[in-house]
Design a binder for this molecule. Sequence first.
Ligand SMILES: [Cu+2]
Length: 223
Amino acid sequence: MGNQATHTSWLPIELTPMAHDVDTLFYIMLGIVTFFFVLVEVLLITFLIRYRRTRTNRVGANVHGSNLLETIWTAVPAIILVFMGAFSIHYVYALQVPPAQKYVIQVTGHEWYWEFKYPNGVDVQTTFEVPAGQNVLFDITSADVIHGFYIPAVRVQQDALPGRRTQFWMNASTDSIGQTFPVPCDQFCGPGHPAMVAYMKVVSEDEFNRWLNAQLQKQKAGS
Ligand SMILES: [Cu+2]
């Protein structure tokens, strides 16, 4: 499937290659924890039955530990955790370090809406557009309290912090042109929080430039 925006039955669309990588990591982790969950439960039930109290087995045997077993069940989970942690950190840094060529959109969280500023001065709220197939960097901050800028289709959330800038970048798949994706706030920020959702439309570069120009004209006419 490569970099296509694929839809699975229970996860949102994968809008970017990174979203696909994050899902892959998620499935690997899900597989590992499922394996160990089943293993532990099966052993637990087996031992409960096998070593239960019976007429001939009134008192259990004293077990004084096993250095070999204890070393194994400490080292194996440690190695697995380091492996999963390293992958997670790899993705976090990859998201935050943008390529040299990028299109920057300034994102500001407000009580209770999202504001988007474009390089040509366009300033919109709640609904915004991004060009497909381009590196788009979100430069995020907050005008008041802590908000969370979250794009489920990109599998990324980044806190919007007053007095500080955070960022992540994405490259939206051209297969998603014409589609709109919800961008909810995911940090509880007050009574208006549940309704604090922006809508991101992925469009072609031409369409994006048309929209940007139209917004600029509208803004000029309004002021
Ligand atoms: Cu918020």
